[in-house]
Design a binder for this molecule. Structure first.
Ligand code: HEC
Length: 99
C-alpha cells in the first residue's frame, strides 16, 4: 500500500516536470464548482459560458478581474478566484477551457 502511494506521488512529480510549468486542468478544478467541469455552465447563473470564450478574451477577463478593470455585478466573486494566479497559470487554464 505504502509503495503504491509513493510511486503515485513520484509519477505526479515526474509528470509535472515533464509537462512544464503549469497544469491548466488541475488549476481549473477549483473553478469547476461554479463554471462546470468543462466551463459549460453560467457560474451562479450570471457569467458567460466560459468554454465559448476565445482564449485571448478569457485571459483578458482573468487579468481584468485581478486588476479590477473587468467584470459585472458579481466580479467580486472572481477577484478572489484569480488574485493568486500568475499570468502563465491563467494562460494554462485558458488553454484547456477556452476556444
Ligand atoms: C464561486 C463561483 C466561481 C468560481 C469558483 C469561479 N468563478 Fe469565474 N465567474 C463567476 C461569476 C459569478 C462570474 C461573473 C462575474 C461578473 O459579474 O463579472 C465569473 C466570470 C468568469 C469569467 C468571465 C466570464 C464573463 O462572464 O465575462 C471567466 C473567464 C471566469 N469566471 C473564469 C474562472 C476561472 C478560470 C476560475 C477558477 C480559477 C473561476 N472562474 C472560478 C463565478 C465563479
Amino acid at each position: 500500500m505504502k509503495i503504491k502511494l509513493l510511486s503515485l506521488l513520484m509519477m505526479g512529480a515526474l509528470s509535472s516536470t515533464l509537462y512544464g510549468a503549469e497544469d491548466g486542468a488541475t488549476l481549473y478544478k477549483k473553478c469547476a464548482g461554479c463554471h462546470g467541469a468543462n466551463g459549460e455552465k453560467a457560474a451562479l447563473g450570471k457569467s458567460q459560458i466560459i468554454k465559448d470564450l476565445k482564449k485571448a478574451d478569457f485571459i483578458a477577463a482573468m487579468k481584468g478581474y485581478k486588476t479590477g478593470t473587468y467584470g459585472g455585478a458579481m466580479k467580486g466573486v472572481m477577484t478572489g478566484q484569480v488574485k493568486s494566479l500568475t499570468d502563465s497559470q491563467m494562460e494554462a487554464i485558458a488553454g484547456v477551457i477556452a476556444k
